[in-house]
Design a protein around this ligand. Structure first.
Ligand SMILES: Nc1ncnc2c1ncn2[C@@H]1O[C@H](COP(=O)(O)OP(=O)(O)OP(=O)(O)O)[C@@H](O)[C@H]1O
Ligand SMILES: [Mg+2]
Length: 139
């Protein structure tokens, strides 16, 4: 499915609708250039799953975890691997174990290094420039 978003609020709305289709254990890859709206998308998704606090970019923390009031999805793991340089740095995070916890879903920005380590096939959201706004492609 392809959407066009002309504002951060529209991106959040698309994300909120998408989040309602998720199940525990799902892993969502967010792929697109710097500033293309990946973190904005997680803000909309987290809110619709019952997390009311702020969603800030995990650029420096690498991993943020938000609790939710959702019936089955108890936590949202939000990862940004932009600053991770190689697979030894990545292994130290033990993400491939964390994402298998039974009560959470995971959103990952800049996921390329992690992909070969995952046992679960991720869902992919691709962010592209459009003539006006951004294209959001849900695979
Ligand atoms: N249609 C839109 N959807 C999302 N964000 C938009 C849109 N139009 C403008 N923006 C702005 O673009 C920026 C997107 O930033 P965001 O942090 O979501 O990007 P990102 O893809 O996570 O970047 P990074 O790779 O650096 O983490 C925000 O400042 C937001 O206000
Ligand atoms: Mg981001």
């Amino acid at each position: 499915m392809t959407f066009v978003s002309t504002s951060p609020d529209q991106t959040k709305k698309i994300a909120a609708d998408f989040a309602k289709t998720l199940n525990v254990g799902d892993i969502v890859f967010l792929e697109g250039e710097l500033g293309s709206g990946k973190t904005t998308f997680v803000q909309g998704a987290a809110k619709s799953l019952g997390y009311d606090g702020p969603v800030r970019s995990p650029t420096f923390t690498i991993v943020n975890i938000y609790p939710t009031s959702h019936e089955t999805i108890k936590k949202i793991v939000h990862v940004d691997l932009y600053r991770i340089k190689d697979s030894s740095e990545l292994r130290a995070l033990a993400l491939e174990e964390l994402v298998q916890d039974v009560d959470l879903i995971t959103f990952i920005e800049w996921p390329n290094l992690l992909e070969p380590l995952l046992k679960t096939k991720p869902k992919r959201i691709i962010f592209e420039e459009a003539e006006i706004g951004r294209k959001i492609i849900i695979k």
